[in-house]
Design a protein around this ligand. Sequence first.
Ligand code: C5J
Length: 227
Amino acid sequence: MISVDAFPYPYRFDPRTTALVVIDMQRDFIEEGGFGSALGNDVGPLAAIVPTVAALLAGARDAGMAVAHTRESHLPDLSDCPPAKRRRGNPALAIGDAGPMGRILVRGEPGNQILPQLAPLPGEIVIDKPGKGAFYATDLHAQLQARGVTHLLLAGVTTEVCVQTSMREANDRGYECLIVEDACASYFPAFHQATLAMLTAQGGIVGWQAPLSALQRALAAPTGETT
Ligand code: C5J
């Protein structure tokens, strides 16, 4: 059993029943010249967490945890994209349009790929999700259940949109969730901080938060308990 020095109180998990879920570390959100930056966002805060996410992935793999990666993506015919989602924000570049790295948020396009340095390994779960949450219209819950997963560590982008939505969905499905606070980022740093605060308020109403260093310390010093 592992006990992490987390907020609002220690988070205990067994790596055998825990999965790391890395949300939407896709080129279009993170790379300069992608969709995110074409919309005028500063991708700096997102790019800055890449080494932390890489270290988190390495630690989870070393500890034998299940690993899942998500991509926000749509079918090429956009049949899984509600018109409201496509219209939202009255964008100059809409989902499905030709963007700087291929069609925006369309499966298989270059910008839709996970950053090569964080690429899934064979056997890891890869989820293409049409919504913000990782559980909506996907088989993520079924895949986690099939592996006996009860606890989730969450990372990725953006903290207040797809990470937060996924953590709330997971919490409602009974998972014990910890958000790895420095392995998530937002284009708006104030939203990142506010999201962490609202997820862990009221005694951890949605779950726990901890930095990667706390997780690494805990993994290096398991308690020895087996239950
Ligand atoms: C957004 C995401 N922000 N992955 N997607 O539209 O958070």
